[in-house]
Design a protein around this ligand. Structure first.
Ligand code: GLC
Length: 541
């Protein structure tokens, strides 16, 4: 595989609404991001994945776009956007745009036209169907609860929305739609962006009449067309959000010979605490052995025919330190443990804003504290289905998307330095202790652990290219793997437990070459090793 910049890169996701407010309206903005570029440069990241900043009525916080070539008024102007790209470039940081083209907002001019009449030239930009026996065409469901079909009184037809009813699905079978998307992508590429993160891209090949949504038959043909018509001529990163991807499917997207995407986000590892076949809210405890198997499978299965992305968090997922770590007694230890474990694997790591300082889930006690449409819709649906408020709030506290969307915790002042106004979403009460300023003052902080991991990746080809091997002869709660490159071997060990655990692995001997660790540790004796709660380290052997 020819080496690409994104193979040695570390990406940082900014959720603009919650990153930094510069004008006191309680909502983050582009000028705020520009103010914080120095911080991101200090962390050492290569690129920012910017969650949507386009014009949007914010039914789903920008994932419902009404104009792809304009900036959301609350976030600033196109001049601010150009300035962000320029200022980031000065610091060697690329800007990766969120490409949301499975659907638009119902306020997009295409949909406004499309809704006007059955013979409007834009009618076929969206998926309209006649009723069947006076009801919705079929039983497709929206990710945000209820039917995926919305009835339109005026025309007597239904339109498809796999997300909220204010996010009508585009009809990708219409060549004009695809051409519009290519033109829009080229508009952004001409501005010098570093690539695209492609929102639910696995859905664009859907065949609604057969109830096929993900991985439709024409999906890869569309992506090859997209590659040829848009980013193929640029040296950019493209990453697809693909919920159901298996390694075989991931190769279709990311095998360089196929000219599709750089990589995909697979979600198998972050679905391990969900009861199979049920909804994300239906929880079961994580089995560490399952996590080892799944992450290990992805590490080896792509070979040279694809490339992995590595992540624990994003704006749709709860905070990892609260989810599978311990966000009280072992807060710093477990946050660093997740960082060390993931960042020394093969693939491109993604850090979600606040992860690098160990931000935690927000404790919700009432639905009025929630903004996220997914949680709000689920709340009402489950209440109607007989669940208690307590049960529903318990699952929102564990899996709700707002857990990760509370404002960035910059310092210990009121509203955490995020805004001088009233924040659009509550600041986590622990911002007095968990914040950027406190992290930057402490050389042992979570921030500096992330900074070091990023540096290790930049400076050591073994982190980028080394072979991966899972060590299986260890207790359930210990995740241990090797990386091998030329004549080097690194051993990475992580204890997922709150209990101490002993290991006896004489084959690995003793090493005084500790690369990184989350406890004081200058040597490791594998003949007899006692691991502390949530201890993690990497050593050369
Ligand atoms: C993706 C986004 C999510 C959004 C959905 C619809 O899953 O990550 O935030 O709600 O697509 O655009």
């Amino acid at each position: 595989m020819k080496m690409k910049w994104w193979q040695t890169a570390v990406i940082y996701q900014v959720y603009p609404r919650s990153f930094q407010d510069s004008d006191g309206d309680g909502v983050g903005d582009l000028k705020g991001i520009i103010e914080r570029l120095g911080y991101l440069e200090q962390l050492g990241i290569t690129a920012i994945w910017l969650s949507p900043v386009y014009q949007s009525p914010n039914d789903d916080n920008g994932y419902d776009i009404s104009d792809y070539q304009a900036i959301m008024t609350e976030f600033g102007t196109m001049d601010d956007m150009d300035e962000l790209i320029k200022q980031a470039k000065v610091r060697n940081i690329k800007i990766i745009m969120d490409l949301v083209v499975n659907h638009t907002s119902d306020e997009h001019k295409w949909f406004i036209e499309s809704s006007k009449s059955k013979d409007n030239p834009y009618r076929d930009y969206y998926v309209w169907r006649d009723p069947v026996n006076g009801e919705a065409p079929n039983s497709l469901r929206s990710t945000f609860s209820g039917s995926a079909w919305q009835y339109d009184e005026a025309s007597g037809q239904y339109f498809l929305h796999l997300f909220s009813k204010r996010q009508p699905d585009l009809n990708w079978e219409n060549e004009k739609v695809r051409q519009e998307v290519w033109d829009m992508m080229n508009f952004w590429l001409d501005k010098g962006v570093g690539g695209f993160r492609m929102d639910v891209i696995d859905l664009v090949g859907k065949i609604p009449d057969e109830e096929i949504t993900g991985n439709g038959p024409k999906l890869h043909e569309y992506l090859q067309d997209m590659h040829r018509e848009t980013f193929g001529k640029h040296d950019v990163l493209t990453v697809g959000e693909t919920w159901g991807a298996t390694p075989e499917i991931a190769k279709l997207y990311s095998d360089p010979k196929r000219n599709e995407l750089s990589m995909v986000f697979q979600f198998e590892h972050v679905s391990l605490d969900q009861i199979e076949g049920r909804e994300k809210w239906d929880l079961k405890p994580l089995q560490v052995s399952e996590l080892k198997n799944i992450l290990g499978k992805w590490q080896t299965a792509l070979g040279n025919e694809g490339w992995n992305s590595l992540f624990w968090n994003n704006h749709d997922l709860p905070r990892i330190v609260s989810r599978w770590g311990n966000d009280s007694t072992y807060h710093a230890e477990s946050a660093k443990m997740f960082a060390i474990l993931l960042h020394l694997m093969k693939g491109t790591p993604y850090i979600y804003q606040g992860e690098e300082i160990g931000m935690t889930n927000y404790p919700v006690s009432d639905i009025s504290e929630i903004n996220d449409i997914e949680s709000v819709n689920m709340y009402h649906e489950r209440l109607a289905n007989g669940y208690t408020k307590e049960e529903i709030l318990a699952s929102i506290n564990v899996k709700g998307r707002d857990n990760a969307r509370t404002p960035m915790q910059w310092d210990d002042t009121e509203n955490s330095g995020f805004t001088t106004g009233i924040p659009w979403l509550h600041v986590n009460p622990n911002s007095r202790e968990i914040n950027v300023a406190a992290n930057l003052e402490n050389p042992n902080s979570i921030f500096f652990c992330y900074q070091k991991l990023i540096k290790l990746r930049k400076e050591n080809p073994i982190v980028v290219w080394g072979d991966y091997e899972l060590v299986t002869d260890v207790p359930e709660q210990v995740f241990m793997y090797l990386r091998r490159y030329e004549d080097q071997t690194w051993v990475v060990v992580a204890n997922f437990g709150e209990e101490k655990v002993s290991l006896e692995l004489p084959d690995f001997g003793q090493s005084d070459d500790v690369i990184i660790s989350n406890y004081e540790r200058s040597s490791v004796n594998f003949n007899q090793l006692a691991l502390n709660p949530y201890e993690a380290f990497a050593v050369k052997v």
